[in-house]
Design a protein around this ligand. Structure first.
Ligand code: ADP
Ligand code: MG
Length: 339
């Protein structure tokens, strides 16, 4: 790292994109949404601004999430979004940065080359892909350089990644396309089926964040939910209880738990014993769901911890790798060789 140049870590998530600048910390944290003008397919807005436009745009402007479900669903949109974010972050540094980008494991080599090219075109000097679970583990403070087994579970918007790491590498991992978005969708279906109420994605997410839980809590809560009544077609308000919301999410939650159990079953004994000693680490926005740690620890019998800032783990990890290239650089080259 030169005096004028700065390194950048990026977490290109299905729900949120974050950027970390070396020596400064997190400088950008925005929803992974881009609004495009359909008349000439040009960039209109990205991030928070574009997110507000979802479901509210006039015909010509369309706001999309280019990474839905953990894969790049829309290349051009992904490139426009990434470019806008990198340019925003780059204003702060003088020279073209080196960039490490956290990549979901479901993304193919071809897709990743496209993302790397997009980053180069946005002015990156060098671009390195980094496996998200490795970045998440580093960001969560796990001792990834040691010869000990560590388990990290990253519950994002589109995917849940479960990985066992040792000596800076992934020993085994599982990725399921069930994460925060599916929990939100389960609430939408439930409200429709049981309360005859149509609620939007943002309101359903709000319900999840405010009163959602994965495990019974000491004090159950309730909240008022507004939506459109499916029979009368008119705006309507109902009171929902946290117990019903928990039940509505039971199925997607069990898919996540099963992925964790399967990974544990396939973990070599020495590493499994390390995990029992050290516990499981949770990262990603889904780690913030009330009681998710208790659910996992109850289902696996292994103590489960929530990372200090679960939404920031991947980007901090990606940034740290460049800051501490001597110690951690191997995680970048090993990923490059597999592309
Ligand atoms: P990604 O890496 O896919 O971009 P994130 O790690 O940013 O995903 O997590 C986004 C997911 O976390 C969303 O589904 C969001 O609803 C969920 N989330 C964020 N905060 C909370 C919370 N307090 N409780 C439950 N879920 C949350
Ligand atoms: Mg993520």
């Amino acid at each position: 790292m030169g005096i004028f140049s700065k390194d950048i870590g990026i977490d290109l998530g299905t729900a949120n994109t974050l950027i970390y600048v070396s020596g400064e910390g997190i400088v950008l944290q925005e929803p992974s949404v881009v609004a495009i003008d359909q008349r000439d397919k040009t960039f209109y807005a990205a991030g928070v601004e574009a997110n507000k436009m979802i479901g509210r745009t006039p015909g010509d402007i369309v706001a999309v999430r280019p990474l839905k479900d953990g894969v790049i669903a829309d290349f051009d949109a992904a490139e426009m979004m990434l470019r806008a974010f990198i340019i925003r972050a780059k204003r702060r540094s003088l020279f073209n940065p080196r960039i490490a980008i956290g990549i979901p494991s479901g993304v193919t080599g071809v897709e990743w080359r496209a993302v790397m090219d997009a980053a180069r075109r946005a002015g990156a000097r060098e671009v390195y892909p980094i496996d998200e679970p490795v970045a998440a583990a580093i960001g969560a403070g796990l001792p990834v350089t040691e010869a000990t087994g560590n388990m990290i579970i990253d519950i994002g918007g589109g995917t849940t990644e479960v990985a066992v790491l040792s000596l800076q590498g992934i020993v085994l991992s599982q990725s399921v396309r069930v994460a925060g978005d599916e929990l939100t969708e389960a609430i939408i279906s439930y409200m429709k089926k049981v309360h005859n109420l149509a609620v939007g994605e943002r309101s359903a997410e709000q319900i999840k964040i405010e009163i959602g839980s994965a495990y019974p809590t000491a004090e159950e809560m309730s909240m008022e939910v507004r939506g459109r009544h499916l029979l009368s077609g008119l705006p309507h308000t109902v009171i929902v209880k946290s117990t019903e919301i928990r039940e509505s999410m039971a199925e997607p939650l069990s898919v996540i738990v099963e992925a964790v159990k399967r990974t544990l079953e396939n973990t070599p004994p020495e590493l499994a014993s390390d995990i029992i000693d050290r516990g499981i680490m949770l990262a990603g926005g889904g780690a913030l769901l009330t009681g998710i740690d208790t659910l996992i620890s109850h289902e696996t019998g292994i103590v489960t911890h929530i990372a200090p800032a679960p939404l920031n783990c991947v980007v901090i990890g990606a940034g740290k790798v460049l800051e501490d290239y001597k110690k951690l650089g191997r995680v970048l080259t090993s990923r490059l060789n597999r592309l």
